[in-house]
Design a protein around this ligand. Structure first.
Ligand code: F0G
Length: 482
């Protein structure tokens, strides 16, 4: 289990098993300027400039802290268009960890998805998965395929104590594979299921999925982008794996899959992507797309420095002290918020702390973008940037009406080793204040709405003067405080 530290005081909190040696200065601008920055960004947190943000909790992608060993490795990178020794080192590390013989590079996770979909998805195909991710679904759709999600009802239960909400419904999988015989190119399991709150599956569930696929000769594809969190939860929640090392659990997971791919912006704490597979013919089917879309086979769109950093980052992910930091800080944040009555998704998962915006702002209708409004208000209250996961992130229905999301969440990502506990406590304090003043927060309306992936670049406005009312209340409560 790695060493756990208990405290004489009886308190319990996670402690960092690293020290900070490179820092980046932050500034916190006054609330009136936060209102102006939010207005200038069209009430879209993606359009904020980083110099107006105090705590950037948008994502962990490409912004996890890197280690001294990763930075040192980047100084010894081998630049070559073909045959770079940096790629050889990455190959050795990745093949050693996952136990697969074949490897292909890609510049990030969605590029790996493009290659896998290009190689295997044909028009009319159906791809079953525990839950979709936005980029995955888009690439399967581009090739004429469609996604079927086979989660269990508990996955949608925002407050629960179910330890493995990411599990696939294996009865539904067997039934679907039998009825869609010949029409399923692969089954996809996503580790640390992103869009349902970073929720894990158990190794037992993955093994069942693996057996169902093998019995029918259908490849199992594992999206390992958020594997680090899933590994932590298997080790801490699945009794049969308690005594296994992270490396052993990783191997047990990988052994179930025919293809493992991931965004190294997440797994490996650098910037890139990889696809690993078991056999030559699977590898060859994907190989031709790498030089076409990414770059030569020994860099695939990545810089050699990042390639070196991923090799070291993957090895470091096998250390329980490293992978525990994210989920333990997320749990601390979720527990502190829950104690104050703030509606958070439970159990706390990986990736980030998720606020249930529908409960938080129960007076703001979904047609006024409940989670989007909470994202804007959270930035105004504390300079904390999160990511809307609700109706704004959906596409409109074919008839042009709004497609109301099943859930309205605000994701506050906790990139690994980036924030200190006092910063997390600050975020909790400002969110608590916002919750007490939630009635002041109103909705949003479109100003400019792009047709594709509107959440990235669309602009909105507040339906009333609520941002300034919120700022005035802040001044009344906090005086001159930032
Ligand atoms: N799969 C999962 C589970 C992801 O979370 C992501 C990215 C990708 C694939 C795509 O990888 O960004 O390197 O192209 N998730 C980011 C996030 C964007 O913020 O959650 P990518």
């Amino acid at each position: 289990m790695g060493s756990t530290i208990s405290f004489f005081s009886g308190e319990s909190f996670p402690i960092e098993m690293h020290k900070v040696r490179i820092v980046q200065k932050l500034s916190l601008i006054p609330i009136e300027e936060r209102v102006s920055a939010m207005q200038a960004a069209g009430f879209n947190t993606f359009l904020l400039k980083n110099n107006s943000i105090f705590m950037d909790m948008l994502t962990d992608s490409g912004v996890n802290a890197m280690s001294d060993r990763q930075l040192a490795s980047m100084m010894m990178a081998d630049d070559a268009y073909a045959g770079s020794m940096s790629f050889e080192r990455l190959k050795e590390a990745a093949i050693g960890i996952f136990g697969k013989d074949f490897i292909l590079p890609a510049h990030q996770g969605r590029a790996a998805e493009n290659i896998i979909s290009s190689a295997f998805v044909k028009p009319g195909n159906v791809v079953p998965m525990n839950y979709h991710f936005t980029t995955t679904k888009a690439h399967i759709g581009l090739r004429g395929g469609s996604v079927v999600e086979l989660f269990k009802p508990v996955a949608m239960d925002l407050s629960s104590d179910e330890p493995f909400k990411g599990n696939m419904d294996t009865d539904a999988l067997a039934t679907l594979l039998d009825s869609e015989r010949g029409n399923v190119p692969f089954v996809r399991m996503e580790a640390g299921t992103n869009l349902i709150g970073g929720q894990p599956w158990s190794l037992a569930n993955l093994k069942e999925v693996g057996k169902i696929c093998r019995d029918r000769g259908i490849p199992l594809v594992l999206d390992a982008s958020l594997l680090a969190d899933n590994l932590y939860f298997i080790k801490t929640r699945e009794a049969s794996q308690r005594d296994a090392s992270i490396r052993e659990i990783t191997r047990r997971i990988s052994d179930e899959a025919d293809i493992v791919y991931f965004s190294a912006r997440k797994l490996g704490c650098a910037r890139g992507g990889l696809i690993l597979s078991n056999d030559q013919s699977t590898h060859d089917k994907m190989l031709e797309f790498v030089p076409l879309y990414e770059g030569f086979l020994t860099y695939g769109g990545m810089s050699v420095r990042e390639i070196e950093a991923i090799a070291v980052g993957l090895e470091e992910t096998m250390d329980f002290d490293m992978i525990r930091h994210g989920p333990e800080f997320i749990k601390l944040m979720a527990d502190e918020l829950a104690k104050k009555g703030v509606p958070v998704v439970t159990p706390a998962g990986g990736l980030g702390c998720h606020l249930n915006a529908s409960e938080f702002l129960s007076h703001v209708p979904q047609t006024e973008f409940t989670a989007g409004a909470l994202a804007a208000a959270t930035f105004i209250a504390g300079g904390v940037r999160g990511m809307e996961r609700g109706t704004l992130s959906e596409e409109r229905n074919p008839d042009g009406s709004e497609h109301l999301s099943e859930v309205e969440l605000l994701r506050l990502a906790v990139p690994r080793r980036v924030f200190t506990m006092s910063q997390i406590k600050y975020a909790v304090d400002r969110i608590h204040w916002l919750f007490e003043n939630r009635r002041l927060v109103g909705g949003l309306k479109w100003i400019s709405e792009p047709k594709i992936l509107r959440f990235f670049s669309g602009t909105l406005d507040a339906v009333s003067d609520w941002p300034n009312s919120l700022a005035r209340k802040f001044r009344a409560d906090f005086g001159d405080s930032l």
